[in-house]
Design a binder for this molecule. Sequence first.
Ligand code: NAP
Ligand code: MG
Length: 502
Amino acid sequence: MADLLTRAEYQALAAAIDMPTNAFIDGTYRPAISGKTFTSTNPATGVALCDIAACGAEDVDFAVSKAREAFDDGRWSKLHPAERKDVLIRLAKLMTRNARELAVLESIDSGKTIYDCETVDIPESIHVIKWHAELIDKIYDQVAPASDNHIAMVVREPVGVVGLVLPWNFPLLMLAWKIGPALAAGCSVVVKPAAETTLTALRMAELAHEAGVPRGVFNVVTGSGSDVGEPLGRHMDLDMVSFTGSTVTGRRFLHYSADSNLKEVVLELGGKNPCVVLDDAEDLDAVAAHVVNGAFWNMGENCSAASRLIVQSGVKDALLERIKAHAREWVVGDPLDPQVRVGALVSPAHFKKVCSYLEAAQAETIHLGGKIIGEGFIEPTIAEVKARDAKLAVEEIFGPILTVIEVAHFEEAIAVANDTDYGLAASIFTANGKRALRGARALRAGTVTVNSFGEGDITTPFGGYKQSGFGGRDNSIHAHDQYTQLKTIWLDLTDTSDACAD
Ligand code: NAP
Ligand code: MG
């Protein structure tokens, strides 16, 4: 883990940092063809950071054509796997060398705490790139059972030119989750970062080129969802889109695909993740620490945030006391202060949205918080709802608000946990091993953690059941399935030479 600096030192770094402002296409930074820009603002201060290229459909066309050229001539897609591996390992090393700069860029761009950027986002992104690089020359294809006169090969080929459309909550980490396996497979990519958080994606494109990723293979087109995301989704020469973001926008990509070239679509979407605590849970203090981390980490701007605490009556009061004690330790404030655990929400628009949930909380029982601490900052809030279908109980808030629902027994807890359109993550706390496993099986979610809150790691697949996902998984060896397609090569070995000679 990096040694942390002081707040004053981080502020000095932030004031002096170079910010990439243009799109990165075909190996070089370029302004939008229209010449338009948009202003990027630090959500913690409201101060403008820089003006970034506001690209449009014509820039998307250009980037896709360059990515196609690169894919077709094989400058990356046909490299020996060991060479692709070397380049990506070099990229991970360059990220390590520039880790502090990436952490500061990420923090001022998104409002995330420097503590999280330094200790999670950047090191984890480096680890992800390394992990996929290491995998490249360890994946084998298959030979199917066939008669003695035939060989049937099942080989993987890179999907081709891939659009990667990213959210703003983990800008660099989500990029790493996607470019890791996509570049490992040999694809060329056109990345569309969220307009709110473009800086680390642009810097990464530059580092990738320094590491030896050939031009045209890693492009970043900056701009809004409607100006860049939609033209990508509808592009006739894009083979696939891998999207992470809201369920509403994700659904649009299925329409874009259906209305254009039937490109592959993989969606990682929202969540309203249950955290079930049963009466027999051990070590309530440890449970409380997990619940607080699950609910308030990254300001709750986390698709797998444990945003619904479903707690059995016998343990509710004692657990809430401990949760409050832990939550009070989470300092809210300047993201560049390394003591701070809760930074700024990503934008004024998102802040306004989360404030509307804070208003809804006033009609419920507020156990902690409930207040705004200046523009962009909300204190960790715990609200217990009366109705199971309360707005706080069913909608993804994406802010530091934990909703509490009391239940009488195990079966009710599981029923309430599953009573949602989402199915990304879930956790269950109990000392009873059989109940833990029965719960883990019954919870309809892509990841279930037992006696802890977590998302697994790079070695395990991540993605959603129900309306939390579609078409594939990020992370683990399974992520490579997204970016490759299977080809059957069938060889007939029947020797007809004698017959021909006669
Ligand atoms: P979002 O509004 O859906 O945006 C995601 C991306 O789609 C952004 O790059 C956005 O561009 C773009 N976009 C917006 N409208 C579009 C349109 N009409 N056509 C094409 N592209 C469009 O989501 P967000 O608010 O950034 O992120 C939060 C959401 O992501 C939450 O729901 C969260 O649960 C989910 N998430 C899921 C995972 C997971 O792995 N399952 C991980 C992280 C986050 P602009 O913003 O630039 O306009
Ligand atoms: Mg920003």
